[in-house]
Design a protein around this ligand. Structure first.
Ligand code: GDP
Ligand code: MG
Length: 899
């Protein structure tokens, strides 16, 4: 099978073309360095199928970065084996993608590709944009000057693709000898001499290697030390006016001169346009500049970015979209779909829901109202331990993970839009301006922003950084840019903060937490670059890509990829963790099984009530009179209780009113009467149930989740977290307080495990908490009953559990920060280990542990007591000065010894 390699500058459209040719789903992104590894696929429309390689984008073939090395080795066919250890084959032809809107810079790489002995075809991409800008390009002229075929295409609009492949298919059959644009003058002679030497040595691509050797290319000099001598002899005689004997610069200059003399003229204004078309083209040419004036403004650029970010979080997480909640309520009752399946879907008491919350509510309603009953019904005949395991254990955890899918996808969609349009590249450019002085380049910022999606490709993307220290430091902070998997932690905890502590909105908390992650990342990066990871930042030579209208197809591919990835994780690694947790939570240290159902207060009450209704004739009469019992039906106690609560509320409301109308007076009398009736029905049940309940839990054999291995383990490690606010300070004996240490631990496997563990534990922990409260004399059975009713409501169980831990909101924030900055998931850790040497990897693990502990502590203490902020700030300033002077004196010393 023939093999074609796609080679071109970053952002020239290689991945778009690749996807178009192969039906693949390579990552398309409007910034450099998105494709770092190569991808493979097959194109089937040629007479025989063709293998296509999508290579990382490169600006030249003189490798400075790992990705340039990959590309060069693949093109030369000198990469003997690939990552799987299979033998690589050489490509039969190169398809050189040239971004026609950036002709000159892109052709620079072309002049180097030409030097290889391999057929090259130019795919002149983005012709749609060229036309839109009112330009035209003489493809034939370029083709004649370079001696290779040139095919205009638009990868995005799928124009010219098949023609390109036909031409490439034909061209690949004819061997081509390398040609160089440096053939003139003394330089040309030298190259020719070296080429002859290489030919004699039977080296493949002699011209290419000759040019590289003359250019003083590092890899080449390494490989052919014996020939370096000839070149350096020559160098002594060679002096260029401008560049002296820097042959690399001389060659680069010669290439650009060739391009501007011979090729630049091929692109001209299209003079066949009507006046209208010409005006539209002019406008389109200047539009991008105009947008840039605003979006990358020196002062407003960053604030605009922050506002955009906030808008995104607001649209995804807010329960009060555009703060219209008050408006709705001011107009009287907010419209609702009470009683219908849409209840609470579009708006709640808080206000209008954001699209993200609507989708999430929909998802939860789907799992709660459709999937869970289906599942429970299917298991109705199973033994209680099995259904407990499957329903409360496995399914609760999975459902918790699923409920976050809509918001994750939505957030990801927004990020993809920013990225694909070309805006993120501009953000990197703006941040580069700020952070360069701290030793962090814009090139490092791109992978960090990618980290918002997933740390793994982001870590691989750091291969675009030529300097090792900057690269390692960047890998370490990438996880702090919260990836999709960490969102559920944020949403769950932020939700608990809002409902338990009366904070106004979830979206603001989530947004601030993301910002906190970013701030920690930059602070850590700056510290590392000043201490253990010193070095000069990589130069940021990237020109801003054109703004592009994001492609629906590319977005779809992104989202689908993300969804697949998430589902796969949910049903493998997370499922395994859930099962493990269930076992640890269901057995005591001496392997006694902890039954799950025993302390279900609601069920117990229902039992006592049925018993009374059937065996106590007075009570039975009462029920019949109140029409709660007839021949074939007994109203469930929970329903009666709810009515009772409503009547009581009416009584209270009306009695507190200053003056009553006659109508209201009547209503009050009536409510009082029925409250008395209810007392007769409700109280005997509550009293009898309490007795039964006490009997159960006071049995010395009685076990619940706080006796489990998991709780024991949680309590052992819990004190470690004291400085973060969820250790000793919330009480190690408390029945619920160990859930944080346990879930922080399960989070090390995958971050989704944190909320999944919460959800999974909530039911049993809440029950256990209820039984513990029963020993407290002040607690009435009614409290327990209500607590249990709430606990059974799936969405609130986690919040209730968190409330019962008695934790402070500051500690919850510290918990988020801890999870955000600690060791990332298994897969990311494995990736990091592959990207650095062993010693650095060990320090990286230590760094993550230390960083999360320190940051959690700083956040907790500062938010809880405020005054520690002053101490931390003073420490930071002191540390800053110390490092500054320490580095200075060390540099001075080094400088002196060098002299
Ligand atoms: P790569 O870095 O070379 O792989 O480039 P990508 O395939 O990721 O594309 C970079 C950007 O250019 C994306 O936003 C694409 O949607 C856009 N793009 C690619 N080809 C075309 C094209 O023919 N026309 C237009 N208008 N945009 C394109
Ligand atoms: Mg790409």
């Amino acid at each position: 099978m023939k093999i074609f390699a796609l080679v071109g500058n970053p952002n020239s459209g290689k991945s778009t073309l690749f996807n178009n040719l192969t039906g693949g789903n390579a990552y398309v992104g409007n910034w450099p360095g998105v494709t770092v590894d190569k991808k493979e696929g097959t194109y089937k429309k040629t007479p025989e199928p063709v293998r296509i390689l999508d290579l990382p984008g490169i600006y030249s073939l003189s490798p400075y970065t790992p990705e340039e090395v990959i590309a060069r080795n693949v093109i030369l066919g000198s990469q003997a084996t690939n990552a799987n250890g299979d033998l690589e084959e050489k490509p039969n032809a190169i398809i050189n993608i040239v971004d026609a809107t950036n002709l000159e810079r892109n052709l620079y790489l072309t002049t180097q590709l030409l030097e290889m002995d391999i057929p090259v075809i130019i795919a002149l991409n983005m012709m749609d944009l060229v036309e839109k800008n009112g330009h035209k390009i003489d493809a034939k002229a370029i083709s004649e000057k370079l001696g290779i075929p040139v095919v205009p295409i638009s990868a995005q609009k799928s124009e010219g693709i098949d023609e390109l492949m036909d031409v490439a298919y034909e061209t690949a059959d004819t061997p081509r000898e390398g040609k160089t644009v440096l053939a003139d003058g003394a330089l040309g002679h030298l190259i020719n001499d070296v080429k002859i030497a290489f030919k004699g040595m039977d080296v493949a691509h002699p011209l290419f290697h000759a040019v590289k050797l003359v250019e003083n290319d590092e890899l080449e000099v390494e490989d052919h030390k014996e020939l370096v001598k000839i070149v350096s002899e020559f160098k002594k005689t060679f002096k260029d006016d401008t560049f002296g004997d820097d042959l690399e610069a001389v060659a680069a200059d010669a290439r650009y001169q060739f391009i501007s003399k011979n090729l630049s003229g091929a692109k001209t204004l299209n003079d066949n346009l009507s006046e209208e078309e010409a005006n539209a083209a002019l406008e389109s040419r200047t539009k991008s500049d105009k947008i840039d004036k605003v979006l990358t403004h020196k002062w407003f650029g960053i604030p605009i970015f922050l506002v955009l970010l906030f808008l995104i979080f607001h649209l995804t997480f807010s329960e009060n979209l555009f703060y219209l909640g008050g408006v709705l309520q001011a107009n009287g009752a907010s419209p609702s779909f009470a009683g219908s399946p849409f209840e609470g879907l579009f708006w709640s008491d808080a206000g209008i829901m954001s699209p993200g919350v609507i989708l999430q509510t929909f998802m939860i309603s789907l799992t709660d109202n459709v999937l869970s009953p289906l599942f429970a019904g299917w298991l109705s005949g199973a033994p209680s331990w099995l259904s407990g395991f499957l329903v409360d254990g496995v399914w609760a955890g999975i459902a918790a993970v699923l409920s976050f899918v809509p918001q994750i996808l939505l957030l990801f969609l927004f990020f993809s839009l920013l990225e694909d349009s070309g805006y993120m590249a501009r953000v990197a450019f703006m941040l580069d301006r700020i952070f360069r002085r701290f030793g962090v380049s814009g090139k490092a910022i791109l992978p960090m922003i990618m980290g918002f999606g997933c740390s793994i490709p982001a870590m691989i993307n750091t291969r675009t950084l030529p300097e090792e220290n900057e690269r390692v430091a960047t890998i370490r902070v990438i996880p702090f840019f919260s990836c999709g998997a960490k969102q559920p932690i944020l949403i769950a905890i932020a939700g608990a903060i809002v409902s338990n502590f009366g904070f106004p909105n979830v979206d603001l908390i989530v947004y601030l937490m993301y910002l906190a992650g970013i701030i920690v990342a930059f602070a850590a990066l700056i510290i590392m670059r000043a201490t253990t990871m010193r070095g000069k930042p990589a130069p940021f030579i990237m020109e801003l890509p054109q703004y592009h209208r994001p492609q629906a197809k590319a977005l779809g591919i992104h989202l689908w990829d993300k969804l697949k990835h998430y589902m796969k994780k949910a049903f493998t690694i997370i499922l395994a963790a859930i099962v493990a947790i269930w076992f640890l939570q269901s057995f005591t240290f001496d392997w006694k099984f902890i039954p799950d159902q025993e302390v279900n207060v609601v069920d117990l009450t229902e039992e006592v009530y049925t018993d009374l209704a059937e065996n106590d004739s007075t009570y039975s009469l009462l029920l019949e009179e109140a029409e709660y019992k007839n021949e074939d039906e007994l109203t469930p106690f929970a329903d009666i209780y709810n009515e009772y609560v409503e009547v009581q509320a009416t009584v209270e409301e009306l009695s507190n009113k200053e003056s009553l109308t006659q109508e209201e007076k009547d209503e009050l009398e009536e409510a009082k009467a029925s409250a008395l009736e209810f007392d007769l029905i409700v109280n005997p049940v509550l009293v009898a149930s309490f007795d039964a309940f006490k009997e159960t839990v006071s049995d010395p054999e009685y076990l619940d989740v706080s006796d489990s291995i998991l709780a024991g383990f949680g309590k052992i490690i819990q004190p470690i977290f004291t400085p973060l606010g969820f250790g000793y300070n919330i009480g190690v004996d408390r029945n619920t307080s160990w859930v944080y240490s346990v879930s922080a631990f399960t989070g090390l496997i995958a971050k989704e495990n944190v909320p999944a563990t919460f959800a999974q534990l909530a039911a049993s922990v809440n029950k256990s908490n209820i039984s513990l409260q029963a020993s407290d004399d002040a607690v009435t059975y009614e409290d327990l009953y209500v607590a249990q009713l709430n606990a059974e409501d799936g969405t609130d169980a986690t919040k209730l559990m968190i409330k019962n831990t008695g934790v402070s909101w500051a500690a919850l924030i510290a918990f988020i920060i801890f999870n955000m900055t600690t060791i990332p998931c298994f897969a990311a850790v494995a990736t990091a280990s592959g990207e650095m040497n062993k010693k650095r990897f060990k320090y990286t693990i230590l760094f993550w542990l230390g960083c999360s502990y320190i940051c959690g502590t700083i956040f907790y203490l500062s938010l809880r007591y405020w005054w520690p902020i002053a101490i931390f700030a003073a420490m930071a300033v002191g540390f800053g000065f110390f490092i500054h002077y320490f580095n200075k004196s060390r540099d001075d010393k080094n400088g002196q010894s060098a002299n």
